[in-house]
Design a protein around this ligand. Structure first.
Ligand code: HEC
Ligand code: HEC
Length: 193
């Protein structure tokens, strides 16, 4: 009855009930991450990864690897150290649900060379930089310096994955920079193949 007489109050109450789960979806631990990855997952520096729109299952694996120290990065090892499994799941879901932003911050003169070298990558990372498995990373539009650093990390051993170790074995630094410049300008927002 009150709903009929106090229509606005009723609507506000309904909106509060329906909106509550959406608002509370913002993870507690997000406050720690925002300083470097922003609320929407856009890194404030070119060597901080873009997380918005990335595959959730992949983000979970990376946060676990930073937490255990298996993936080494001084900053991120510290950031992940105190996260619970629930924090990790919430943060991964949050960032995966944000829009994917195309960084396109590589060297435009190296895009063609990168494309020519990417033949081998397509089998796993797709023709447009979308991976064949959901727990693998989207490369399309990721920040170039970050991508370049990761290829170096697989080579130096601060990051390990059996498939990527073989890939980087014979890659020179100049080839890594060209590949990073190619992948950063791919349109990640386009429909995955
Ligand atoms: C002080 C800056 C800083 C803060 C705060 C920070 N990060 Fe990072 N993050 C980085 C840097 C730098 C890298 C790149 C690490 C590397 O090169 O391996 C990174 C990488 C990552 C990656 C890897 C992305 C990929 O594509 O593999 C994930 C996931 C991530 N951060 C999540 C988080 C989350 C979640 C938080 C909050 C708990 C957080 N970060 C807080 C700086 C930060
Ligand atoms: C046999 C499959 C396979 C091939 C071929 C392959 N990759 Fe990967 N790549 C992976 C997997 C799996 C991961 C995730 C590894 C992990 O969890 O650390 C990955 C991760 C990466 C990352 C890290 C991205 C991030 O967000 O941190 C980069 C960069 C990358 N690959 C670039 C390349 C390039 C460039 C090539 C070709 C020269 C290539 N890969 C070929 C399977 C492959």
């Amino acid at each position: 009855m009150k709903c009929l007489t106090r229509f606005a109050v009723c609507l506000a109450a309904l909106a509060a009930i329906m909106g509550a789960p959406l608002l509370s979806a913002e993870p507690k631990a997000l406050a720690i991450c925002m300083a470097c990855h922003g609320k929407e997952g856009v890194g404030i520096n070119a060597d901080y990864a873009n997380l918005g729109g990335q595959n959730a299952a992949y983000l979970v694996l990376q946060l676990q690897a930073f937490r255990s120290g298996e993936r080494k990065n001084v900053v991120m090892n510290g950031m992940a150290a105190g996260l619970t499994d629930a924090d990790i799941d919430e943060l991964a879901d949050w960032y995966a649900g944000q829009p994917w932003v195309i960084a396109d911050n590589g060297n435009p003169n190296l895009v063609e060379e990168g494309l020519n070298r990417a033949g081998y990558c397509h089998a796993c990372h797709g023709m447009k930089g979308y991976p064949v498995a959901k727990d693998w990373p989207i490369l399309a539009g990721q920040s170039a310096l970050y991508l370049d650093n990761q290829l170096q990390a697989y080579k130096s051993g601060t990051r390990y994955h059996p498939l990527m170790v073989n890939v980087v074995k014979d890659l020179e630094p100049s080839a890594m920079t060209a590949l990073a410049s190619y992948y950063t300008q791919l349109n990640g927002a386009a429909a995955p193949q």
